[in-house]
Design a protein around this ligand. Structure first.
Ligand code: TRP
Length: 434
């Protein structure tokens, strides 16, 4: 039985590890509110507080951030009647599903997750143990995120560019699980808002808590003015033409302005607008959008019980879906009452699917390929290649020449664990075999 629903389901979460900033607003809060107002769409929005535990060990900060993010979403116009708005930790089925997915996810796949790899690379560069200060929570983070998404069979997941890999992994988890236990999960897709893919922060790098370069979403007008005054510009004097390319000020403005307003600022840049005047324009444009939300935000921050009640109602709606779905999944994997139906002798299902190659492009702009076995488990992973042609040619050679090609192409491949399994898989893919 497939739980695929008729309306398209959108789902996204925000980690409750800090105070929401303009980057969160334009990248996640604003688009999610807009999507939720579309007919024929069912939206699931949640506060990812289990995720916060990966980064934060300050209980008060997690609690505060949960309130701030919930209040921001509501102040930005999220209607809790129309959407399922909940706190992740109110849905205990999510960690339970995390375990099921953990058992169908290759460890090697998680080794390559960006967040984990970044820590390993940093440690390696510093000459300390590769896993120094890396918790198993960080390592498992993509699986928890997979459970968030698959629990509600979301079709579309609006996220920042840095999260694409996690959505890919969730797709793989859905496929591996479905392959083993029947069709239960929808394979989700990432939705990227191109125009705001990365909002720059005060220093011009991506606006992010980790760079300490953020502009809080709900600062007072005076604070906002002060922060905008600190946005990095170059030293060109009033009257000198200015570049929009690489201008953090311009990019932030664009995320708030209409196409015409953006064009007007582009012209002003060309005519040498003074940085002070450009900053004033930015302040007015942001304030115009945020000011009407401030009173509601303040009210909610002063009345946390209201927010709490909304979240608990949302959790009930979420669990009305999650509880029966989890019961279905428990049954599917064999966690069953001993009295439910006749206890059968195990039958190994006939497996007819083939291993497969997949070619793709990563954020680093390079081209990759990988070979997965019939169950979707990773067997072989390439390094980053310069062109799709190189990747395609190597796949062709591997299919045709098996072991010889595997040795010849060693410098394009990551080390792999199970040579026999790779060769067996390649054998089934030999042109004359298929
Ligand atoms: N990991 C996401 C982030 O840091 C937040 C998140 C957690 C999320 N679970 C999710 C986003 C599920 C989309 C879907 O931005």
């Amino acid at each position: 039985m497939s739980p695929t629903p008729s309306p398209v389901r959108f789902l996204t979460g925000i980690t409750t590890s800090g105070t929401p900033h303009l980057g969160n607003y334009v990248g996640s809060i604003r688009p999610s509110v807009r999507a939720s107002q579309t007919d024929g769409v069912q939206s699931f929005y949640f506060l990812a507080d289990y995720h916060a535990l990966i980064k934060i060990d300050e209980p008060a900060r997690i609690q505060r951030s949960t309130l701030e993010i919930a209040a921001s979403w509501l102040a930005a116009g999220l209607d809790p009647e129309r959407v399922v708005f909940y706190r992740q930790s109110d849905v205990p089925e999510i960690p339970e599903l995390t375990w099921f997915l953990t058992c169908v996810t290759g460890k090697g796949v998680l080794n390559r997750a960006h967040a984990y790899k970044a820590s390993v690379d940093k440690n390696t560069a510093a000459g300390v143990d590769a896993d120094s200060d890396v918790t198993a929570g960080l390592f498992m983070y993509p699986v928890l995120m997979g459970a968030d998404i698959l629990m509600f069979n979301a079709h579309h997941v609006p996220v920042g560019r840095d999260q694409i890999q996690h959505i890919e992994m969730a797709r793989d988890m859905a496929n591996s699980f479905n392959y083993r236990y029947g069709q239960h999960f929808v394979a989700p897709e990432a939705v990227i808002e191109e125009s705001v893919a990365t909002l720059p922060g005060l220093d011009g790098r991506k606006m992010s808590k980790s760079y300490d370069n953020t502009i809080p979403l709900f600062s007072s007008r005076e604070q906002l003015k002060k922060l905008i005054a600190g946005v990095k510009t170059d030293s060109r004097a009033p009257g000198e033409p200015k570049d929009t390319e690489g201008s953090a000020l311009f990019q932030i403005y664009q995320a708030f302005a209409s196409a015409e307003e953006t064009e007007a600022l582009r012209t002003a840049y060309a005519h040498g607008i003074a940085w002070g005047d450009a900053k004033q324009l930015l302040l007015e444009r942001i304030d115009q959008e945020i000011a009407p939300m401030r009173a509601r935000y303040q009210h909610l921050m002063e009345n946390p019980a209201e927010v709490e009640a909304l979240l608990l109602t949302g959790a009930q709606k979420a669990r009305a879906i999650a509880t029966p779905f989890m019961a279905q999944l428990r049954h599917a994997v064999g966690l069953r009452s001993l009295t439910s139906g006749a206890v059968q002798a195990p039958v190994k299902a006939a497996k007819s699917a083939l291993p497969s190659f997949k070619q793709y492009r990563e954020k680093d702009g390079k081209f990759y390929f990988k070979l997965a076995d019939a169950k979707g488990a990773l067997l072989l992973q390439s390094l980053g290649l310069e062109s799709p042609q190189t990747a395609g040619k190597s796949i062709g050679l591997l299919q045709k020449d098996g072991a010889c090609a595997l040795d010849a192409l060693a410098d394009q491949l990551e080390p792999f664990a199970d040579r026999d399994a790779v060769l067996a898989a390649l054998d089934t893919l030999r042109p004359e075999a298929t």
